[in-house]
Write a protein that binds this ligand. Structure first.
Ligand SMILES: C[S@@+](CC[C@H](N)C(=O)[O-])C[C@H]1O[C@@H](n2cnc3c(N)ncnc32)[C@H](O)[C@@H]1O
Length: 234
């Protein structure tokens, strides 16, 4: 093999190696909810690429409380959807779902949502970019967007967007919107978000899993008269 031949051979080997590495970093995990096997593609290289325990808590709740929280034909948005499990379960339970996350997460999110809902759901879910606090009025105008439910699993942790997260809940939530939020408690600084959240929303504990440090909350907007404006500071 000439010099050029070795060069292309080594390029081929390098590309092959990168494909193998890439394949090795991707996992499939199966879950069972709402009468379906749900296959989720996960990776290990970012927060949104694995299914977090809070998502399982929320899915379990949705499945087991589908009479009280009947999602059929309801408009649902999930923020920080990650791999999409919660959005998929809400879709399988009959909701019209918009699954959102950062742009770099949308490829895998779309893949999981599409593969697990195609021909199985009353309403085909949408996948859309929603970076917290960014272009909210442009992409989700208050005048035309009405969500019956906002769902969020494990969106509070050590990241610099807690102000923007609160703004996003505030923007998307109408007076009759129900927020279902599974919160994993970690460090004190992030945990204080709950207090700030309560300046705008009434909070009710739906279930508590002390061994996992996870609490599932239901929240609704406080009436404008009683809400204290948040300083939007962490
Ligand atoms: C810990 S993961 C939880 C993922 C999923 N909800 C679950 O429970 O499996 C946090 C999610 O929030 C998303 N996220 C973080 N910062 C964000 C931001 N500024 N705007 C929108 N999404 C964000 C991440 O991309 C990730 O999908």
């Amino acid at each position: 093999v000439g010099v050029g031949g070795w060069a292309s051979l080594s390029t081929l080997v390098l590309s092959l190696l990168s494909v193998i590495t890439c394949v090795a970093r991707i996992y499939f995990t199966s879950f069972h909810f709402a009468g379906h096997e749900i296959r989720i593609t996960e990776a290990i290289d970012c927060y949104g690429a694995v299914v977090w325990p809070s998502a399982l808590v929320l899915c379990y709740f949705l499945e087991n409380n589908s009479k009280q929280y009947n999602l059929v034909d309801k408009n649902v948005i999930e923020i920080g959807a990650g791999t999409g499990l919660v959005s998929i379960v809400a879709s399988l339970l009959g909701a019209l779902v918009t699954a959102t996350d950062l742009p770099e997460l949308l490829g895998n999110l779309q893949h999981n949502v599409f593969r697990n809902t195609k021909m199985k759901c009353k309403h085909q879910p949408h996948v859309k970019e929603l970076s917290w606090g960014v272009d909210l009025e442009k992409n989700f105008p208050r005048s035309s967007c009405h969500f019956d439910y906002i769902m969020a699993a494990d969106v509070v942790y050590h990241h610099p967007f807690l102000d923007e997260l609160l703004l996003t809940f505030d923007h998307l939530c109408k007076n009759d919107t129900v927020i279902l939020w599974a919160m994993r408690f970690r460090l004190e600084k992030e945990n204080q978000f709950v207090g700030r959240f309560q300046t705008l929303f009434n909070l009710e504990v739906l279930s508590d899993f002390p061994s996992l440090n996870i609490t599932l909350y239901k929240a609704m907007r406080k009436s404008r008269m009683t809400a204290r404006p948040s300083k939007l500071m962490v």
